[in-house]
Structure formats: C-alpha cells, structure tokens
Design a protein around this ligand. Structure first.
Ligand code: ADP
Ligand code: MG
Length: 254
C-alpha cells in the first residue's frame, strides 16, 4: 500500500536504557507514507518501549527520530528544526492495550476533547467530526454513552476514533486487542484494516499474526532489543530465517 516515498518516520541508532539495562539496542527504521509496519516479538523484547519512544512518551537515550524530516525533541514547543511534544501529539495518534478513556466523559466528550482543547476547534466542528468518526468505527448510536456501558471492543473503537480526531499523520497501535475477549477482537481489527486500506501510515504491535500478515507491508521481529529479522510478511512471517523467529511463530500455529 505504499503511496509514495515521502518519509514519515525515520529512526536512526535508537538506544533506550533504563539504568544499566539496555532495552533497545541501536534500532534503525524508516516508514514512508502509507507503510503499515507490523512489530512482532516475544514479551519483554522492547516493542512497547519502541512505540513509546516514537511518541516521545519515553525519551531515547541515544539516536534520533524524525517525523516528516524534522527531529523530535523532548521539549514541548517546536522550533525551526525540531518538533516539540505538543505538535508531535497532534501528528501521531496512539492506541494502547488498555483503553484509557475518561470515565466521567461521554463517548462524544472523549473524542472531542483533544480537538477542542488542543486543536482549538469549535464545539460544533469538533462534534460534527466526532459523529463522522463514530460512523467510521460503527458506533454512531453510542455518542452519549459512558465508557462503563461499553464492551471492551466498543471502548477500543472509541479510543481509535479519539486518536483519529486529531487527524494524525501516523497511527501507533500497541497490542490493542490483547486485553479483549476473543469474540471482540475481530471488530477492532476490522476498523484498523479499514484505516490501512484508506492509506493511513501505521506501526502496529500485535500478536495477531494472521492479521499482521494480511495488512502489513513490512514486519519486524524484535528480540532482545534488536530487529532480529525484517521483511515483507511472506519473507518475515511465512519463511522465517532465524531459529528464534521460527520458535516464536510456531506458538501461533495450531
Ligand atoms: P514488550 O512490549 O516487547 O513486552 P517492553 O518494551 O514493555 O517489552 O519492555 C522491554 C524491557 O524493558 C523489559 O525487560 C522491561 O522490563 C523493561 N522496561 C520497560 N519499561 C521500563 C522502565 N520504565 N524501567 C525499567 N525497565 C523497563
Ligand atoms: Mg508491550
């Protein structure tokens, strides 16, 4: 699904340490517009840390990350050469394993908060777009519901709509279906698939191997903080080269 070669995200020599523990060891990565990167790997391999660094929720110890050619900084404000965290949050949408919806706000309130507070949109404009997004995630009838009255799959679809409300240039997903009951996984994957089909650039940490193979145009296998393998889904997933990846994948085949 590569639309063109416009770089969206460029990672060079990314290292993340917590004290003496090196969690990411010199990661290099390039995402162009329309890329759908699947990130797989065993628990503790650094997948979440990588995703969190891409959004500056964790500050890299070494290396650079660029969004659309501009270096990310950990300051709030952007400068001529650097993107600050404020701008970054508007350009990068993120959805986590746990929904993190505001329990005291309605579905509509959750979705419109960012656009109103950060995006300075009018109430009417924010509401209209939120209704539009709710239609896209199949929840038009839930605008006035509170999160506690929704199923896990519905909450996660609201979380996706909330991230989309800022009109991000890239979406990051970190195991967004792994806390869901199995029967609710499909409805969330379907929403992500639709986004992918529409050309959204995304990086997606997932244990849903068949799904990763279906939608991703590139897959990386993280192991011990390094990219142990990368390729297209058929190179990387169906014909793994390393024993580690073979062993890892064998757990997902009946
Ligand atoms: P994954 O998402 O692949 O399961 P993580 O990125 O969550 O892996 O974690 C990678 C490693 O980094 C783990 O060993 C974890 O314990 C460690 N780690 C993550 N966050 C912190 C932190 N804030 N402080 C210390 N160690 C951490
Ligand atoms: Mg994780």
């Amino acid at each position: 699904m590569n639309n063109d070669n416009t770089p969206v995200l460029t990672v060079n020599g990314l290292v993340k340490r917590y004290g003496a523990i090196e969690v990411l060891k010199s990661i290099d990565l390039d995402l162009v517009k329309g890329d759908i990167l699947g990130i797989i790997g065993p628990s503790g391999s650094g997948k979440s840390t990588l995703i969190r660094c891409l959004n500056m929720m964790e500050t890299p110890t070494e290396g650079t990350i660029k969004l659309q050619g501009k270096k990310l900084s950990d300051k709030f404000k952007s400068s001529k050469n650097e993107i600050g965290v404020g701008e970054l949050r508007r350009k990068v949408g993120m959805v986590f394993q746990h929904f993190n919806l505001y329990p005291h706000k309605t579905v509509l309130g959750n979705i419109t908060m960012g656009p109103k507070v950060v995006g300075k949109k009018s109430e009417q404009e924010a509401n209209e777009y939120a209704h539009d997004l709710l239609g896209q995630v199949g929840l038009s009838d839930k605008a006035d519901a509170y999160p506690s009255h929704l199923s896990g799959g519905q909450k996660q679809r609201v979380a996706i709509a909330r991230a989309l409300a800022m009109k991000p240039d890239i979406m990051l997903f970190d195991e967004v279906t792994s806390a869901l009951d199995p029967e609710l996984v499909g409805e969330v994957l379907q929403v992500i698939k639709k986004l992918a089909d529409e050309g959204m650039t995304m990086a997606l940490v997932t244990h849903e191997m068949a799904f990763a193979a279906e939608i991703a145009n590139r897959v990386i296998f993280l192991d011990g903080g390094v990219i142990a393998e990368s390729g297209t889904p058929d190179q990387g997933l169906i014909n793994p080269e390393s024993e580690r990846l073979k062993t890892f994948l064998s757990r997902f085949h009946g």
